[in-house]
Design a protein around this ligand. Structure first.
Ligand code: NAP
Length: 482
């Protein structure tokens, strides 16, 4: 029998208890694993390691390519990143797979309904790249970065998950109606690639309606692929449909590395009390077993969980309340005692290995035949009205080969005035167009403009080129801009 080498991170708070339950079940199912136990999270932050992930943990995962991870506490404050996000990004685990399924014996508002769906959440891009700047003392920004390459990876992974689990449809949930370039890129990529999977039905849904439909009629969904933040929110919603965070497992999958963890956090108030529901972590462990090809052991454990919950014998406190609940260890013992039993009337899903898509490592995934620069947006700080700022910028641009087209306040055109009832803040996006479009921006034009703007008492933070790729604009218009 094969021995698997896997990194084990017990985690913070309730982490060690849920990891212990999962490990006991895997051992009891006869899977041979050489665990390499290392640490990350609170104890590491306390040692002064700002990432929360020490070298030996990185080395271990680099070696084993697999990790089972308990929840890690994220310090609330400044400067320190989440150790969870650091791990996902360090190993480019670009796909976060979050399945939920209705379980007999777990009472919810949806009990008895055939809910069985998977959220496939992009895991490294979007607002969670965490690229934030304080633009003015009162205005902050967060960059929402979405790449064609990242979209191709997550879309293909979603279809491969559907194939591996014999699922019939993949829905792509985006906010492409508002964020046409970023969220729209996922929609367009999805529509481009879906024909490669003709046996799977594909459809697009606007993400807010997706949330509404998930509450109204969750049975209609099979796989949902979505961007990072949308997926974070939707997957907490879907976990609530089937009993809450105590039942939500997840896998972070990348081309080279896979990290398995519960969706929930370290729930510090329950730490060490033997009251927490370990099912979410155990489900993550089952995803890990299937990832390493241990399908029979995963089925044995899953069946035993179904039997245990359906019989309502030893279920955790978040299901039946504190008074009747078994402890975490007793619940785990009950599952082990039910090994070999099959749940009645529960449809069995056949799992196959997920065929991880392969990608060209070239950083350039789109090569346009042509591109031109038609202008730039300059982001400025100014404490007055737009009617005062406009003429300052028009004067600064005079004779330089560019002209002020408009100024917007938080996306709405305010100069030249449109009559919009916009409330102003001290940050302005000032759009300049070049008298003649060029291959690229003329640096001396820019330098002279910035000097003139500064000497007129207007601060600037950054500028963004306005480019056309293959004739199509690579920027959006402000509300009210013609
Ligand atoms: P949390 O730890 O997930 O706990 C929130 C609530 O969810 C708990 O109070 C409990 O609700 C319920 N819950 C969580 N796990 C459960 C389980 N296994 N069984 C039953 N109920 C469970 O979220 P948080 O309090 O916002 O975060 C605590 C820390 O965890 C923070 O430092 C956060 O950054 C971190 N975190 C880590 C991860 C990760 O490692 N991937 C994910 C999320 C958060 P009731 O009290 O109502 O029973």
């Amino acid at each position: 029998m094969k021995t698997h080498h896997i990194t084990l991170i017990p985690g913070d708070g309730i982490g060690p208890e849920v990891i212990d339950a999962t490990r006991r079940l895997i051992d009891a199912a006869g899977v041979r694993i050489a665990w390499d136990e290392v640490h990350a999270g609170a104890s590491v932050f306390r040692k002064g390691i700002a990432s929360g992930v020490p070298r030996e943990t990185i080395d271990s995962i680099s070696r084993t390519r697999l990790a089972l991870k308990g929840p890690l506490e994220t310090p609330v404050g400044f400067g320190e990143k989440s150790a969870n996000v650091t791990l996902r990004k360090l190993f480019e685990t670009y796909g976060n797979i979050r399945p939920v399924r209705m379980l007999k014996g777990v009472p919810t508002a949806y009990s008895g309904r055939p809910i069985d769906l998977v959220i496939v959440r992009e895991n490294v891009e979007d607002l969670y790249a965490g690229i934030e700047h304080q633009q003015t003392p009162g205005v902050a920004q967060c960059l929402k970065l979405i790449s064609r390459k990242g979209c191709e990876k997550i879309v293909r992974l979603a279809f491969e998950v559907a194939r591996a689990q014999g699922r019939k449809s993949v829905a792509c949930a985006t906010k492409a109606n508002i964020m046409k370039l970023t969220e729209g890129l996922l929609k367009r990529t999805f529509e481009d690639l879906a024909p490669d999977y003709p046996e799977i039905e594909s459809w697009h849904i606007i993400v807010d309606n997706c949330a509404h439909q998930l509450v109204k009629k969750p049975e209609q969904f099979d796989v949902i692929v979505t961007t990072n933040m949308n997926g974070d929110i939707l997957s907490d919603l879907t976990s609530a449909l089937v009993g809450g965070l105590g039942f939500a497992g997840s896998a972070n999958l990348g081309t080279d590395v896979a990290i398995f963890e519960a969706v929930h956090g370290s729930a510090p108030k329950y730490a060490g009390k033997d009251v927490i529901n370990p099912t979410a972590m155990i489900f993550s462990g089952l995803m890990m077993l299937r990832h390493i090809g241990e399908f029979d052991a995963a089925r044995t454990i899953e069946d035993a969980i179904e039997v245990t919950l359906a019989e309502g014998l030893s279920v955790p406190r978040d299901v039946v309340g504190d008074a009747r609940a078994a402890g975490t260890r007793a619940y785990t013992d009950a599952i082990i005692a039910n090994f070999g039993r099959q749940p009645a009337d529960v449809p069995t899903r056949q799992h196959h290995p997920i065929r991880m898509p392969t990608f060209n490592p070239d950083p350039v995934s789109v090569r346009p035949a042509s591109r031109s620069t038609i202008g730039f947006d300059l982001f400025t700080e100014f404490g007055g009205q737009p009617e005062a700022l406009g003429p300052i910028l028009e004067n600064a641009a005079s004779g330089l080969g560019c002209r002020l087209k408009m100024i917007s306040s938080r996306g709405t055109k305010v100069y030249p005035p449109t009559g919009a009832m916009t409330d102003y803040v001290d940050q302005w996006r000032c759009r300049f167009t070049l008298d003649s479009p060029a291959d690229d921006l003329n640096l001396s034009l820019l330098a002279r403009l910035l000097a003139a703007v500064e000497s007129a008492g207007v601060r600037w933070m950054h500028f963004e080129k306005l480019q056309h790729f293959d004739g199509a604009p690579g920027y959006t218009k402000a509300q009210g801009e013609d």
